[in-house]
Design a protein around this ligand. Structure first.
Ligand code: NAP
Length: 318
């Protein structure tokens, strides 16, 4: 079977860091084009707009959309309407309804739609899911705390409506939790901390309940300096499971059980090829639904203004 002719849209940080190397290493795909307003990819045809690219190159079979979520729906809808297979970066869109619309378009046009959750492909996630399947779970505690200035410097879109603020990394934790727990959970309360000059939260504390009284708590914070934490702890009748480093490591009662090299994006592209060959879609909206619930149910607190450059704070509001 000849490789799938793939184009990438939105050539920024994640496209360069992860998508381009994962595509280059996967013989099921052949990168033929890129569309980005201000960047280009060497060795392929480059365009400044996705529609222009799809008009000029009807041979493109699939597109990977790597721009921020607020800009994804229009381009995804256009590609799916033309029968192209579409991979969506996480979060899959700015609203639940727009992604449901895309899933309908994919089905109507015989195309595959993949709403990716890269953290689910972290190496210890599947071993954790297997171990938890057999256990009685009592409680879950998520701690996802990182320094926004280090990880998202100058990304204004992330602070805008639809950019999700601290839920941009937090949704990765929710994508793991919804994968490893053998039962659904629902939000019971939330507190969201919004900097007074921003439209998205810088921190969030969430509480969920499970069907048998299980308590799930999650603390997301972007003000963490020093050690960064991307950890999920699960108390069970057979011991304590800790999934750390964003899903890379698994320990049970302090004993390391699984630790492997990171291969999240190669895993996403293996799955994309599989979906295309089977003419199937994979659109699990549960992580995004929990975030939507947090915006709906959460109590809003106003906290200190946030500036990318801490020295700018003293110069007055931006
Ligand atoms: P980014 O570098 O800020 O943006 C990616 C590219 O999208 C930009 O270079 C820009 O390219 C294009 N773009 C930006 N705003 C746009 C708009 N309003 N309309 C159309 N295109 C726009 O962001 P990123 O870090 O790569 O993140 C992109 C997505 O990947 C997000 O959903 C994020 O959650 C996800 N993600 C990021 C990371 C990470 O480590 N950064 C990890 C996993 C997932 P042009 O100006 O050239 O068009």
């Amino acid at each position: 079977m000849s490789p799938i002719a793939l184009a990438i849209v939105g050539v920024g940080k994640i496209a360069r860091d992860q998508h381009l190397p994962a595509i280059a290493a996967n013989p099921d795909f052949r990168l033929v084009a890129a569309a980005s307003r201000s960047a280009s990819v060497e060795g392929v045809r480059n365009f400044t707009a996705a529609g222009e690219m799809l008009d000029a190159m009807p041979e493109i079979e699939a597109v990977a959309l790597c721009m921020p979520p607020q800009a994804r729906h229009t381009i995804a809808a256009d590609a799916l309407s033309r029968g192209k297979h579409v991979m969506l970066e996480k979060p899959p869109g700015a609203t639940l309804s727009e992604v449901e619309h895309l899933a309908g378009l994919a089905a109507a046009n015989g195309a595959s739609l993949q709403a990716t959750w890269h953290s689910r492909y972290a190496p210890a996630v599947e071993p954790a899911r297997q171990w938890l399947k057999e256990r009685r779970i009592r409680s879950v505690a998520v701690s996802w705390k990182e320094d926004v200035r280090h990880w998202h410097p100058g990304q204004d879109w992330i602070w805008e409506p639809g950019g999700l603020g601290v839920f941009d990394p937090g949704i990765n934790a929710l994508s793991i939790v919804t994968r490893i727990l053998p039962f659904p959970v629902w939000l019971t309360s939330a507190e969201l901390s919004f900097p007074e000059n921003r439209a998205a939260p810088i921190a969030a504390d969430l509480a969920f309940a499970g069907p048998h009284g299980e308590a799930v708590e999650a603390a997301f914070d972007w003000r963490q300096t020093g050690p960064q934490t991307w950890d999920i702890g699960v108390e069970t009748d057979a011991g304590r499971l800790v999934l750390s480093s964003g899903g890379a490591r698994l320990a049970i009662d302090g004993e390391m059980r699984s630790e492997a090299a990171e291969a999240e994006y190669p895993g996403l592209y293996v799955r994309f090829a599989e979906l295309i060959h089977r003419r199937e879609s994979d659109v699990d909206l549960s992580p995004l639904r929990h975030v939507a619930d947090a915006f709906m149910l959460g109590r809003r607190l106003q906290v200190e203004a946030f500036f990318d450059d801490p020295a700018a704070g003293s110069a007055g509001p931006r």
